[in-house]
Design a protein around this ligand. Structure first.
Ligand code: NAP
Ligand code: GFB
Length: 321
């Protein structure tokens, strides 16, 4: 990066944005470097669905680099209830960011996709070459198609204007500052909150689905380090999967057991099999990442889960729910 850079983090107040801020302020390897100014945006700084509000943000901050996180984000049940909103909001936000990044001469943009964008019917492990090879899972086709279009736009901005816009594909994320909503959240924050309420109220702890689906989970602070590394080091326009190894994939039942242990929950717990399972699995390969950044060490899952639970308990009165 050049001597003076302004790095704009859209969605800077969310799960991943807060983790990036934490790493920038605390990490000796991936933290803030001389000449860098980091700006963390929330929706209160401007609604990125709106082109005029987006332009005003670019005029105000004149970013040289962007980590683009802002999105309408939700778990399986949020997506199933509103595929159109997930499609439109994200399509508009992404178009506004990339269009203005080109207009304002931004040197590099790293946008955030998700492993749910890959084809549902596929071979495993999934790798970066497979983004457009078939329809995504039905539960989140709106969100997935809008995110896939970022890859199309990155390629076209590069081909037509020489822009250095790229993307990363994280697997399921968790950590401090997550959205702990009881319905629209992802599984880890949703179950931590439900387990907490079950313990408090002496009611059963009920998880959705069969517990059989498999997921890879990345700790938000590990993802934040990899995002910063991507901004500084990754040279390609094509996306890069940011995931823990395939061997660390766990079933939702194993996850439930881990949450019960981390929460110190002692009551009854069971599955409500009338609720959806969503995609069975989306096992992704981190081979490309590890070939480029071979020394990267992921936080052990149990350590990361304990830190998340600890953060939840300390902030339970002010969490997003
Ligand atoms: P999050 O916690 O829900 O945060 C979303 C962020 O986007 C917030 O800062 C929010 O601002 C901002 N935002 C939402 N709508 C906006 C709008 N219309 N205009 C301006 N800002 C807006 O989400 P996250 O989990 O950190 O997700 C970050 C990125 O990672 C997203 O691109 C998501 O698709 C991707 N991702 C997430 C996961 C996961 O498991 N969480 C997995 C794979 C990929 P406010 O705080 O003001 O509302
Ligand atoms: O976290 P989650 O919504 O992510 O759900 P997805 C993962 C699994 O956990 C599913 C089960 O099999 C759910 O049935 N589950 C059990 C629960 N209890 C709960 C609960 O209380 N809440 C939730 N949410 N799940 C999302 C996509 O899918 O993953 C998004 O819909 C995005 O588009 C995100 O990509 C990373 O992996 O199923």
């Amino acid at each position: 990066m050049s001597e003076k850079s302004v790095i704009l983090v859209t969605g800077g107040t969310g799960l991943v944005g807060k983790a990036i801020q934490w790493v920038v302020e605390n990490d000796s390897t991936y933290g803030k470097r001389e000449g860098e100014e980091w700006v963390y945006l929330s929706s209160k700084d401007g609604n990125l669905i709106d082109p005029a509000a987006t332009k005003a943000i670019f005029e105000k901050y004149r970013p040289t680099h962007i980590i683009h996180l802002a999105a309408k984000v939700g778990g399986l049940f949020g997506n199933m209830a509103a595929n159109l909103d997930y499609f439109r909001d994200n399509l508009l936000i992404n178009d506004n960011i990339l269009h203005h990044a080109k207009e304002f001469g931004v040197k590099k943009v790293v946008s955030c996709l998700s492993t749910c964008i890959f084809p549902d019917k596929t071979t495993y492990p999934i790798d970066e070459t497979m983004v457009h090879l078939g329809p995504p899972h039905d539960s989140n086709y709106g969100y997935s198609h809008s995110k896939r279009m970022v890859d199309v736009m990155n390629r076209a901005y590069h081909d037509q204007y020489g822009c250095n816009f790229t993307s990363v594909i994280p697997t399921n994320v968790f950590g401090p500052h997550d959205n702990f909503h009881l319905v629209n959240s992802h599984v880890i924050p949703g179950l931590i909150h439900k387990c907490y309420l079950a313990q408090q109220n002496g009611t059963p702890f009920i998880m959705a689905g069969t517990g059989r689906p498999l997921r890879q989970f990345i700790y938000s602070r590990d993802l934040a380090k990899l995002f910063i590394w991507t901004l500084r080091e990754y040279k390609e326009i094509t996306p890069l999967i940011l995931s823990v190894p395939e061997e660390e994939e766990v079933s939702i039942k194993q996850l439930g057991d881990a949450i019960v242990k981390a929460m110190g929950y002692t009551g009854e717990y069971r599955f409500d099999t009338s609720k959806a399972d969503g995609q069975y699995k989306k096992t992704a390969s981190n081979k490309k990442l590890m070939s480029l950044n071979p020394d990267f060490k992921f936080t052990p899952f149990e350590v990361a889960l304990n830190e998340t639970v600890e953060w939840f308990k300390e902030n339970v009165d002010s969490i997003r729910k």
